[in-house]
Design a protein around this ligand. Structure first.
Ligand SMILES: O=P(O)(O)OC[C@H]1O[C@H](OP(=O)(O)OP(=O)(O)O)[C@H](O)[C@@H]1O
Ligand SMILES: O=C(O)c1cc(=O)[nH]c(=O)[nH]1
Length: 216
């Protein structure tokens, strides 16, 4: 497993961003695990997380001009990643959206750097069925931006509609939109990581869930 993947999984378990139990997802699915990016709730833990994103992006080598964080959790993630790249000597513009349009002051849905004519990289926490990413792509195109790819901490490797196809949501975005989806880690990495250790007992639940909703 690459260094940034193992670092990320260790960090996520340490700050309890990755938890096991019973969770209802945006898609309505009931999951035996959940990734809560809100638990990266200190400067040091967010900075460490941003380092994992930056390493994953540098390894993948995607070209982009601006970082875009979808509300809400994408906002601090894109901001922290912009700070990490600046620390590495690359100063990228950053932008994000509101969930509700603002009717006074500057108004509108978008905040930060203009997207028009720029290659935009979406920075989010997790992809499950791909709904959040599809919405973000619509916002970016609506503002004249050119989507360049998506980076997420965790690809849950789930099918959009398991009854129809076992192609993952991430793969669907790549196939249908021609965009790279870069994940710091995937469910497969979490399964490897939990094998034989203190979390081994969680694997049965993860495997049963993957059998129901996972991609091929
Ligand atoms: O791939 P999907 O099925 O869309 O699921 C993943 C999305 O669900 C959550 O968003 P939510 O709208 O709950 O976001 P927030 O907590 O960031 O407001 C999460 O932050 C992802 O963006
Ligand atoms: O699918 C979701 O709603 C979801 C899954 C997950 O692991 N974390 C999260 O914030 N949302």
């Amino acid at each position: 497993m690459t260094d940034h993947r193992a670092r990320f999984l260790q960090l996520a378990l340490r700050v309890e961003a990755l938890r096991f139990g019973e969770f209802t997802l945006k898609s309505g699915r009931t999951s035996p695990y959940f990734f809560n990016a809100g638990r990266f709730d200190s400067g040091a833990s967010i900075a460490e997380l941003a380092g994992c994103y930056a390493d994953a992006l540098d390894t993948a080598g995607v070209a982009f001009d601006v970082l875009f964080g979808p509300a809400y959790k994408g906002i601090p993630l894109a901001t922290a990643l912009a700070c990490e790249f600046a620390r590495r000597g690359r100063d990228y513009p950053v932008a994000f959206n509101r969930k509700e349009a603002k009717a006074h002051g500057e108004g509108g849905m978008l905040i930060g750097a203009p997207l028009d004519g720029r290659r935009v990289l979406i920075v989010d926490d997790v992809i499950t069925a791909g709904t959040a990413i599809r919405e973000a792509l619509g916002l970016i195109r609506g503002a004249g931006g050119v989507p360049a790819g998506i980076v997420i901490a965790l690809d849950r490797q789930e099918a959009v509609d398991p009854g129809v196809s076992r192609r993952s949501a991430a793969q669907t975005v790549t196939d249908e939109q021609g965009l790279p989806v870069i994940a710091v880690a995937r469910l497969a990495d979490l399964l490897d990581f939990t094998a034989g250790g203190a979390l081994d007992a969680q694997r049965a639940g993860l495997l049963a869930y993957r059998a129901a909703y996972g991609c091929d």
